[in-house]
Write a protein that binds this ligand. Structure first.
Ligand SMILES: [Zn+2]
Length: 432
């Protein structure tokens, strides 16, 4: 039996096991809403068909040991690609969510987008070859991109902070033709990171949370009722482009953002904004260890600013804490608007700076949010590594593939009435 022949209920069980790592039959019943006898019956079918392995009686529950069921990782694979601000990353992920291959290199964004797309596709092909994998075993490719994207057409509309050459680039079409894999999806990087947090990180078990990505640029992935919010045209979560400067922050109105607007959060508190502010301050003779870079702005990196702050350089400390306070104001907007259970702060700048950035973010968000919810505000750093967006993209490819299988299973049922169960037992499943 192939996965493409399965009923919706069987696919629900497969998906529950894929997303949960491992489950007992009772937990599988709970996750899918099936009766214990029905879940046990389907589990036996899935084990005999080779999609699930029974790890035996390993989990102690109420005095007796229960068998743990686990998805077989070799059932399918997906490629994840992250077109980040400063790096490109490529991963190959198995059906159980483990990364079997990973690669990272500096992003040559100043170059030809076609060459970058060609490069990441070649790397993905090489990984598949090394793992002795056929194209049929790879069910899809997810691509995360920093910038403004149109997920429907798979186009990168613009990466204003990086390079003008990345305007209206058909990323999905390029990857699809190079890799000769049909299922290719484009997603905004913070949303892909949010999906990784749900699967492996600080958002496990949460239905409402926000992932704020603070790196070279800035954005957020918003999850409401367990679903990633994409909004019309895929624009939801563009936190970096809300206007925050003056009069609230008393920052200069002249902070022009890469998007062309004035006073965006990203123009005053992102990695690129901090580098620009530091270069200007050095030019004006600031007393800081960064002043050794005078005359060579390229030497001012996020890493260098963080290292200076870690060595108690007063200017660098103030630069980071000032950015944190402004970001905290923006996060208080998110908290008041959405009421998330948790705000997870990730990205290269946030994770590199750690508490130097996080503490002012928390203090500022708490002081700005509604007074009676302040004590319950939960803001914490992501513990995932820099491959979070790439892995999240691969998970999106699996999700879309399972979605297609469910849709086809429903069609088969409606056309032939031959399926075991008509509709999904999962209340949140999308059948259309
Ligand atoms: Zn902007």
């Amino acid at each position: 039996m192939k996965l493409s022949d399965m009923s919706i209920t069987q696919l629900d069980c497969i998906d529950a096991l894929r997303l949960s790592g491992s489950l007992t039959k009772a937990q599988l019943a709970h996750h899918t809403g099936l009766s214990l006898s029905r879940a046990s019956h389907i589990a036996r079918e899935l084990v005999s068909n080779g999609f699930v392995q029974d790890l035996g009686p390993t989990l102690q529950t109420r005095g007796r040991k229960a068998s743990l069921l686990q998805i077989r990782p070799e059932v399918a694979y997906a490629v994840g690609i992250d077109l980040g601000s400063e790096f490109v990353r490529v991963v190959l992920v198995d059906f159980a969510g483990s990364t079997t291959s990973r690669h990272e290199e500096s992003m040559p964004f100043h170059g030809d987008p076609a060459a970058v797309i060609d490069g990441v596709a070649s790397k993905a092909s090489e990984m598949m070859r090394t793992q002795h994998m056929t194209r049929q075993e790879v069910v899809g490719v997810g691509v995360a991109a920093t910038g403004i994207i149109d997920p429907a057409s798979g186009t990168c509309l613009t990466m204003p902070v990086l390079a003008k050459s990345w305007t209206n680039i058909p990323v999905v079409e390029g990857i699809r033709s190079k890799l000769r894999i049909e299922r290719v999806f484009l997603e905004d990087s913070p949303r892909a990171m949010a999906i990784s947090e749900m699967a492996f990180g600080a958002a496990r078990g949460l239905n409402d949370f926000v992932l704020v990505n603070i790196g070279h640029s800035m954005g957020s992935g918003i999850v409401v009722n367990g679903k990633v919010l994409r909004g019309t045209g895929g624009i939801a979560g563009e936190l970096g482009h809300i206007r925050i400067a003056d009069p609230i922050t008393r920052m200069e109105q002249s902070s022009v953002c890469c998007c062309g607007n004035i006073g965006c959060l990203e123009s005053v508190a992102s990695g690129w904004a901090m580098k620009k502010q530091a270069a200007d301050a050095v030019q004006q003779g600031v007393n800081s260890s960064l002043s050794s870079t005078k005359g060579n702005d390229a030497k001012i990196t996020i890493q260098r600013i963080i290292e200076a702050a870690q060595h108690d350089d007063k200017y660098a400390c103030n630069l980071i804490s000032g950015a944190g306070r402004v970001i905290g104001i923006a996060i208080s907007f998110l908290i008041n608007l959405l009421g998330p259970q948790r705000v997870i702060v990730g990205g290269g700048l946030a994770q590199g700076a750690g508490d130097l950035l996080l503490n002012p973010i928390i203090d500022s968000a708490r002081s700005q949010a509604l007074p009676w919810i302040r004590s319950g505000i939960d803001i914490r750093l992501s513990e995932l590594d820099s491959y979070s967006a790439a892995i999240g993209s691969a998970l999106i490819a699996f999700e879309r593939w399972i979605g297609e299988l469910r849709k086809n299973a429903r069609k088969r049922y409606l056309n032939q009435g031959s399926d075991h169960v008509a509709f999904s037992s999962r209340p949140d499943v999308e059948l259309t």
